[in-house]
Structure formats: structure tokens, C-alpha cells
Design a protein around this ligand. Structure first.
Ligand SMILES: *[C@@H]1O[C@H](CO)[C@@H](O)[C@H](O)[C@H]1NC(C)=O
Ligand SMILES: *[C@@H]1O[C@H](CO)[C@@H](O)[C@H](O)[C@H]1NC(C)=O
Length: 365
């Protein structure tokens, strides 16, 4: 009796196992077919679009002499100011620009990091994987490949040949220290953004020694659109396309834009003061005045998928602009701030403070 029941059970179990096995094999087959279709699709899209491996082949600047390299000249001012993204593609090799200001900038950046540490550096724990990815790539690959005359890789460290300081190849445990290392070795400011809900990106870590008129710490943790709240016209003219652009930027693509402003001082660290907000009274100032431009770049890290917004700041004495014969062009561009798509830009850029004096200087014989 008992044996008979067991036999029946065994028979049922055997059939059940047989059927389950067939089902499993079928599912596994479908899954692998599905996977290979996905792979095919990925391969074909990556061929049409960006070849990431190729994008990451960095072109060396073999005999590069930073002491002999003039800073890039950005003269992007136009007769009428239109608020646009104004981007162009550059290669990953061009991510970092070096020039004869390197040594003096490094000294200045070290001093600023010491004096204004928490204003210029912030990081939340969530940014560590992305920051480590950026640091490891820069030190272990990009810098020694692109600038072999400035950075030399050894099995244990990266040697900065200009300052004679070694950098560890492993990023420090504390992301703040990692940002300090970047800040003291590169004349570029870095802001790292991670996706939050929807297609919004949030600022989760930064080193900005040369903020231009705002305190980056006040923007820490903010979304892209909240960061830009004070910019007149941003919400109406740029917010949607910027959000879309940021969420869609492909790995391997690097975009560049530049901006311009007039500053009535030569300080690179300016955590306040290049913008004027409604209610602030303009004060007359002496003319010690510069054209200030940022070369801004945006790219996405391949593993963490974080976005890296980096920029290098250029200051040009107004006499340079005049000597190049561009005095009238810049004077027109200052008036053009009022005549473009966002007339409030003239006030925001503090044109009311320096506009007349600067134009008079630029137009004087
Ligand atoms: C294909 O791309 C998707 C989305 O980018 C990714 O999740 C998936 O793992 C990729 N599949 C293969 C087989 O590479
Ligand atoms: C920049 O690169 C992207 C991605 O490869 C491409 O779709 C776009 O057309 C390029 N833009 C210009 C202006 O070349």
C-alpha cells in the first residue's frame, strides 16, 4: 500500500521534473536569443554613434612645453547677446588645456584651497565611485599620456614633473582629499553631477577654486535648474533643452562652450560679486578691468555614468582686447547685452556698474 503510493508519487514527480526541465530549457533559450538580439542592437547603435574605445584613445602632446604655451584666446562676444547653449564637439584628448600660467595657478589654487576650503570643495558620499573613476582615469591614463612632459607614471604613483610632487594612483578614501589632489594639480575646476528623479541632474561634488560671482557651496545638492534660478531667461529659454541635453549626452562625447563677463577686479576666486541681483545698488568702481572667460566642458564617465562639468578660467586685461583691434567689437557686445534675447542680462552682468566706463576705455584712441 505504502510502496504503491510512493511509486505513483515518484511517477508524477518524474513527469513534473521532465516538464519543468523542458520549460526551463525553453526559457533559457529564449533569454539567450533575447540577449543576443540586444547585443546586436547595441553593437549596431554603437557603430552608428560614438566609438567609445576610439574616443578614449588619447593623443599625446609629445614635446609639449607648458612654459612656452600661450593661454587660449576666447573672443566669443557677439553684437547681440542670445542665451543659447552654443556648444561644439571636442575630443577627449582636449579635455584639459595647459599653458604658461600653470605654476602660478597651482600656487594660487593651493592658497585658495587652504583659505576657503569648504567654499571651494564639497562632496557627498554618493559621488565617491564617480570621483574615483575620474581620478583613476586622469592619473593612471589621461595625464601621463596627453602630457608626458608634465606627468610621469611609475608603478607606484604619478609624478608631477612640474611641482615634483607624487600623486597616488589609488584615490584617497575620503572624496574631499581626492578633490584636493585634483585641485592642486590641474588648473581646471570640476563639478560632478548624478541623476536624481526623472531627467534631472544634481551637483554632488565639486572643486571650484575660481567661482565666477557665486558661491558654489550654495549650489551643492541642487538640480541643474535650481542652480540656474538666478540666471535671467534661463527658465524660459534654456531649461528644457539643457535638462534634455544633460540626460542624453553619450559616453565618449565631449562638448565645449565658452562664456564671457567683465570683471572690475583681477581676482580669480570670486565667490560673490560678478552678478547684480534685483535690489542691489550698483556702486561706482575703479577701472581695473578684465574680460573673464570660462572654457566649459561636459562629458559623461563611462562606468558610473556621472556627468563631469569642468572649466578653465581665463582673464584678459582689456588692453589686450584693444591691442587686438577688438575694442569696438567688445563695446558693441556690451550694448548688445540689452538688445538680445534676454535684455535683463545687462543688469545681471553688472553692466550698469562698469558699462559706460569700460565702453569709453575701449573706444578711446
Ligand atoms: C545593451 O544596452 C543596454 C542599455 O544601454 C544595456 O542595459 C544592456 O546590458 C546592453 N546589452 C548588451 C548585451 O550589451
Ligand atoms: C557632435 O557629436 C554628436 C555625437 O557624435 C553628433 O550627433 C553631432 O552631430 C555632432 N555635432 C557637430 C556640430 O558636429
Amino acid at each position: 500500500m505504502a510502496f504503491g503510493t510512493i511509486t505513483v508519487y515518484c511517477g508524477v514527480a518524474a513527469i513534473a521534473i521532465f516538464l519543468l526541465r523542458r520549460l526551463y530549457l525553453r526559457l533559457a533559450h529564449t533569454a539567450s536569443e533575447h540577449r543576443s538580439q540586444l547585443k546586436l542592437r547595441n553593437d549596431s547603435t554603437s557603430q552608428e554613434k560614438i566609438d567609445v574605445a576610439k574616443a578614449y584613445e588619447i593623443t599625446p602632446l609629445a614635446d609639449f612645453d607648458w612654459r612656452a604655451k600661450e593661454p587660449l584666446k576666447f573672443r566669443s562676444f557677439k553684437p547681440k547677446y542670445h542665451l543659447t547653449m552654443g556648444i561644439s564637439n571636442v575630443s577627449l584628448s582636449e579635455l584639459i588645456e595647459m599653458d604658461h600660467n600653470y605654476m602660478s595657478r597651482m600656487k594660487l589654487r593651493k592658497q585658495i584651497i587652504e583659505d576657503h576650503h569648504d567654499t571651494v570643495i564639497q562632496a557627498c558620499p554618493a559621488i565617491t565611485p564617480a570621483l574615483d573613476e575620474l581620478y583613476t582615469w586622469l592619473t593612471g591614463s589621461y595625464l601621463p599620456t596627453r602630457f608626458p612632459s608634465m606627468f610621469k607614471l611609475s608603478p607606484t604613483h604619478l609624478l608631477n614633473l612640474v611641482t615634483s610632487e607624487p600623486l597616488p594612483l589609488q584615490p584617497p578614501i575620503d572624496p574631499i582629499h581626492t578633490l584636493e589632489l585634483l585641485g592642486k594639480n590641474l588648473d581646471d575646476d570640476f563639478l560632478l553631477l548624478l541623476p536624481c528623479d526623472g531627467d534631472q541632474y544634481e551637483l554632488k561634488g565639486f572643486i571650484t577654486c575660481f567661482p565666477s560671482g557665486f558661491n558654489t557651496k550654495d549650489k551643492f545638492g541642487m538640480t541643474l535648474k535650481d542652480i540656474h534660478t538666478p540666471v535671467p531667461g534661463y527658465k524660459e529659454k534654456l531649461e528644457r533643452s539643457m535638462d534634455r541635453f544633460f540626460s542624453r549626452l553619450e559616453v565618449g562625447r565631449v562638448v565645449q562652450r565658452s562664456n564671457w563677463a567683465i570683471t572690475t577686479h583681477g581676482r580669480l576666486f570670486a565667490a560673490s560679486g560678478t552678478h547684480l541681483y534685483e535690489g542691489e545698488a550698483p556702486e561706482p568702481e575703479d577701472i581695473d578691468t578684465f574680460l573673464r572667460c570660462e572654457r566649459q566642458l561636459l562629458h559623461r564617465l563611462p562606468k558610473s555614468k556621472a556627468l563631469v562639468f569642468s572649466f578653465k578660467t581665463y582673464l584678459y586685461p582689456l588692453s589686450d582686447i584693444k591691442n587686438e583691434g577688438l575694442g569696438e567689437n567688445l563695446a558693441q557686445a556690451i550694448d548688445g547685452l540689452k538688445e538680445g534675447s534676454v535684455p535683463a542680462m545687462h543688469f545681471y552682468k553688472r553692466g550698469v556698474v562698469w558699462g559706460d566706463a569700460v565702453k569709453a576705455y575701449l573706444r578711446a584712441e
